[in-house]
Design a protein around this ligand. Structure first.
Ligand SMILES: Nc1ncnc2c1ncn2[C@@H]1O[C@H](COP(=O)(O)OP(=O)(O)OP(=O)(O)O)[C@@H](O)[C@H]1O
Ligand SMILES: O=C(O)c1ccc[n+]([C@@H]2O[C@H](COP(=O)([O-])O)[C@@H](O)[C@H]2O)c1
Length: 214
């Protein structure tokens, strides 16, 4: 009759506590993406590389907090276009938590959720130079500036200054905007090279933005 012997092997490698490990560095590229364009992709890639970020989360908002941006097309279309735009970049990742949460997408609420999803992480929230003047009006901004690091890239027509702590990253200035693309489609002009080929095809296939009020 055989007897089973149980041997306990002491671990050879000492596991370091999490707080001693280097923190992850995650960029957040929040936007309405109505539609996403090459300006978004270029700025996110430049910031990711120059700040050595592990990845950048592309996060379409559900209802943007600006009053004048509430008429964006349905979130499902914007989510799909962002997914198509970032498919070929391994450091970019789609984050749909604002759309899943619904309601107005306040960044403060989002960052609280992200901090639970990604512990031991420093967050870098990427904004265009046009958003900088508007920062004082953001929901709970005085708390938010202690929770994340804002990073900005220059945008044509906007000054490079801020009352809040901000890292400015030099990026080739790309004068493309979602509103420019919507206008071009409404006027039946080409959007080739302003968005990715996949997004251009998707917009055609779904007949998006042809109505001048969209
Ligand atoms: N060409 C660009 N250069 C620098 N920042 C940009 C550029 N396009 C967008 N951004 C920034 O990207 C973020 C998301 O932008 P958003 O999705 O609202 O696109 P948009 O082109 O600004 O849209 P719209 O023309 O509808 O206002 C914002 O912080 C915005 O400032
Ligand atoms: O939280 C706020 O008060 C707030 C005010 C304005 C903009 N934001 C966020 O900034 C990002 C860019 O906004 P937008 O409208 O230019 O696409 C997007 O993620 C918004 O949710 C957030």
């Amino acid at each position: 009759m055989s007897t089973t012997q149980v041997t306990t092997i002491a671990p050879k490698v000492q596991v370091e506590p999490l707080e001693n490990a280097p923190k992850k560095r995650i960029g957040i590229m929040g936007g309405t993406f109505n539609p996403p364009h090459l300006g978004h992709l270029i700025m996110a890639k430049q910031v990711q590389e120059q700040l050595d970020l592990d990845k950048v989360l592309f996060m379409p908002d559900n209802l943007p907090p600006h009053v004048d941006k509430k008429s964006a097309i349905a979130p499902e279309y914007r989510l799909k276009m962002v997914e198509l735009s970032i498919a070929n970049e391994e450091k970019f990742q789609l984050e749909d938590l604002e759309i899943k949460r619904g309601g107005i997408s306040y960044t403060y609420d989002t960052v609280k959720e992200l901090k639970e999803l990604y512990p031991h992480t420093d967050f870098y929230f990427i904004i265009g130079g046009d958003m900088v003047d508007y920062l004082p009006k953001w929901y709970k901004i005085d708390e938010l500036v202690h929770m994340i690091q804002f990073v900005s890239v220059e945008r044509k027509g906007y000054e490079k200054k801020s009352d809040y702590p901000l890292i400015w990253v030099d990026v080739p200035r790309i004068d493309i905007s979602s509103s420019m693309i919507r206008d071009k489609i409404a006027q039946q002009k080409s959007i080739k090279y302003l968005v990715t080929t996949e997004v251009e095809k998707y917009i055609k296939q779904e007949g998006l933005y042809h109505d001048t009020n969209s």
